[in-house]
Each structure stands twice: as C-alpha cells, then as structure tokens.
Design a binder for this molecule. Structure first.
Ligand SMILES: NC(=O)c1ccc[n+]([C@@H]2O[C@H](COP(=O)([O-])OP(=O)(O)OC[C@H]3O[C@@H](n4cnc5c(N)ncnc54)[C@H](O)[C@@H]3O)[C@@H](O)[C@H]2O)c1
Length: 253
C-alpha cells in the first residue's frame, strides 16, 4: 500500500519549485493532489505533467492572501475529490532581504499577506472540514529564517517565525481532535525563489549571507519533498507541533 493511498492533498504554491516536487511525491504515493497556485501557466503545466504520468491532479487558481480564493480552493477540492486530508501551506515570497532600517511598507504588506495571512486563511478554511472528517494533517513551509535570527530580511524572518508559531498553536489546540500541524525549515534550496527578488537591499543581503560559507550543501526540492511526505503520512503520527530543520547541519554550527 502506498503511503498516501486514498488521501486528498491541497498543496499551495505547487505550480513550481518545492511545492511542485511535494505534489509530485504525494501523487506518486497515491494521493489525489490539488495544484493551488496564483500563476495559472505553471499550475496548468504541472497538472498536465502529473496527469500525463497517470497521476491524479487538478488545478485551482488561488492567491492564498485572498479569502474568497481560499474558500473557493477548499470547496472545489471537496467537490472534485470528495474530501481533503492534507494541507500543505507552501506558497511564499521573499522580502528582497530588506534589513530593519530599509523595510518598505509595500514589501512588508505583501510578504505578511502571503506568508502569514495566507497560511492562516488556508488553515482557518480547512480546519472545520478536518474536524468533520475526524482528522487531518497540515504541513507548513517555514524556513531557516523562521528559527534563526539573521538568515533573511526583517519581514521574511518575522513572517516565517509566525509560521512556526502558528504551527505550534494549531498542533496544541487541534491535536486532541486528531489534527496534526508540523513545519519544515529549509536552508537554501535551489529553485526560482531567489531570482524573483528584485531591488535587493545590499546591506541586508551582506548581513544575511555572512555565514553561507558554513553551509555544507544546498538542498533540492526533492530533499524537502521527502520530509513533507513523511510529515503528511501516518508514519509520523506521533509528531505534532514540530519544525524540522532541513539545512544539512548548517544551523547546528
Ligand atoms: N528556495 C529556498 O531556498 C527556500 C528556503 C526556505 C524556505 N523556502 C520556502 O519554501 C516555499 C516555496 O519556495 P520555492 O523556493 O519553491 O519558491 P518558488 O518561487 O520556486 O515557488 C513558489 C510558488 O508559489 C506560488 N505562489 C507565490 N505566491 C503565491 C500566492 N500568494 N498564492 C498562491 N501561490 C503563490 C508561485 O507562483 C510559485 O509557483 C516558500 O514558502 C519559501 O518561503 C524556500
């Protein structure tokens, strides 16, 4: 029996990067996956790739910071696949490495809207459904910046710390209802993420990358997907409220 046989999973930001790899790993392990992304082009391409390989996937265009979009995503998923068992809050954006003195309001608001409010909205929408079903599993994508102080700009660091906090809060409050919430804190993973940052703050970048020579290796999206698969599967049923660092030991130094 496959690890996620008969499970239904929504993965946000799964048109590209880490999310796409998680969706692929879940589908290969028997899950029906919902590719939820605000970039329709990559979303459709990922659905096509997965269904072309004989896997089960559907796309829903969603901006996770928009309440109507999030409600629509959950409704559509249930309408198509009958239920949802797993939510992966992976969609996230960077903050151009802006140090505290250089934070721009529009960057702060966008990063908080997507990386924090988006995670809250998706969890708020799915939890009543999980309760009704007698359980469910949430995997949140934090970052090393969610557990360390200096690895990103101020806003991204604040946002990912919030993701770690929300993960523990949901695990604590909903654990007794058979609902789990765990997070992953990757170090550097090779995706298109960094290339999407523009007008990078040179001071913030310099400060945040002082320790990169101590990083033994960068991760791949597949490395993170393996952890996300374990956290979504029943193999990790005893793990709740935890943030797993995935940085090859970088932060252990
Ligand atoms: N790449 C890294 O080094 C790294 C390290 C630590 C944590 N992370 C986290 O991992 C997650 C995925 O990052 P990635 O590197 O795969 O990024 P990526 O930019 O390659 O992919 C992100 C995907 O999310 C989608 N997305 C962005 N905002 C969205 C929104 N508001 N609503 C719906 N979809 C949205 C994008 O369209 C894209 O398909 C993010 O939360 C990021 O903060 C990445």
């Amino acid at each position: 029996m496959k690890l996620l046989e008969n499970k239904v999973a929504i993965i946000t930001g799964s048109g590209a990067g880490i999310g796409k790899e998680i969706a692929t790993a879940y589908a290969q392990e028997g899950a029906k996956v919902v590719i939820a992304d605000f970039n329709e082009e990559v979303m459709n391409a990922t659905v096509k790739e997965l269904t072309g390989a004989g896997l089960t996937a559907m796309g829903v265009k969603v901006n996770v910071s928009n309440e109507e979009d999030v409600q629509h995503m959950v409704k559509e998923s249930i309408a198509k696949f009958g239920r949802v068992d797993i939510l992966v809050n992976n969609a996230g954006v960077g903050d151009n490495m802006q140090a505290a003195a250089n934070v721009q309001d529009d960057v702060w608001n966008r990063v908080m809207d997507i990386n924090v409010t988006g995670v809250m909205r998706c969890m708020r929408s799915i939890l009543p459904h999980f309760e009704e079903n007698g359980g469910g599993t949430i995997v949140n994508m934090a970052s090393l910046a969610g557990v360390m102080g200096g690895r990103g700009g101020l806003t991204y660091t604040a946002a990912k710390h919030a993701v770690v906090g929300m993960t523990k809060n949901v695990a604590s409050h909903y654990g007794p209802l058979n609902i789990r919430a765990n997070a992953i804190a990757p170090g550097h993973v090779v995706t298109g993420f960094n290339a999407k940052m523009t007008n990078i703050d040179p001071f913030g970048m310099k400060q945040a990358t002082r320790g990169t020579s101590m990083m033994t290796k960068a991760g791949t999206p597949a490395d993170v997907a393996h952890i996300a698969l374990f956290l979504a599967s029943d193999q990790s049923h005893l793990i709740n409220g935890v943030t797993i660092t995935a940085d090859g030991g970088w932060s252990a130094y």
